[in-house]
Design a binder for this molecule. Sequence first.
Ligand code: GRE
Ligand code: ZN
Length: 334
Amino acid sequence: MRGKITLEDHFNLPEFAEKAKWWASLFAVDADKHVREISDVGKIRLDYANEYGVGYHILSYTAPGIQDMADPKEAISLARQVNDYIYEQIKDKSDRFGSFATLSMHDPSEAAAELRRCVEQYGFKGALVNDVQIASDGKSLIFYDQPEWDVFWQTCVELDVPFYLHPKQPTGVVYDTLWADRKWLVGPPLSFAQGVSLHLLGMVVNGVFDRNPKLQVVIGHLGEHIPFDLWRINHWFEDVKKPLGLKETCKRTIREYFRDNIWITTSGHFSTSTLKYCIEELGGADRIMFSTDYPFECYKDACTWFDGLKLEDGQKEAIGRENALRLFKLKDVA
Ligand code: GRE
Ligand code: ZN
């Protein structure tokens, strides 16, 4: 399929090649190739796109990125630098590239202000944040599911842009107590999905979507294990947790949040049976969107898998392109 749109495509600043190499040493078999690919937002990426039928990308800064920076001043300063950088790189190729804002999440109002700057001045399409922000004590974790984050969520709604909640690695005491003795499970095998699903379901039970009913949140990797558990989550919310008090903060059912507020992408999860399962479990293909997760995943694998799918009439166009056009209100994109 030509004209696919992909929403989880990461870049790094070329000056951070060393850091990218460290991260790649944990996750990439060929670290040098990974660094070359993640540092490029030009020829390498466009050659892949042209060969494998991707029209438009919404780019995002690499994980763990700003969310691993404990110093709030350094975090916001690098976030601004990243946003300025990527704007300069893509501004003359706006038919092929857009960007998510990179944000420091130390302070809800500051995060909201930088998002506003990026959307209003640069035309960015939303924000992508890597799960929890490490707080200024270097240990605590900031979740965005508490009421003080409502100013940020209200800004997303007011600007009418989605928020992509992307994984990062476990750190500090969480890493030490849970993962240190089973480090091969860190990342895509388990920890990434656990981190994002905890955070997103935290937003659900703490009423973020009830207080901000128009908020749109995207998660990758075919829903970070949540679609598989929808029946069980729904059963326990409705039949046990709500009678016990959850109804105070969480007004709707988990399926209603997935119908009205949550979108999933195929990033890094190129399984036909899982995609078909998600279409069935989510009641259709209306809120599922293609994505690659390049360069952590192979661009070609993502695209050739998708192109070879046999789905029901219209579903491939919806997932590959039309849903993203609708959610991000894209015009004049290849
Ligand atoms: C990512 O998408 O950011 C990512 C990593 C490390 C491994 C896999 C992956 O940062 O998808
Ligand atoms: Zn990713």
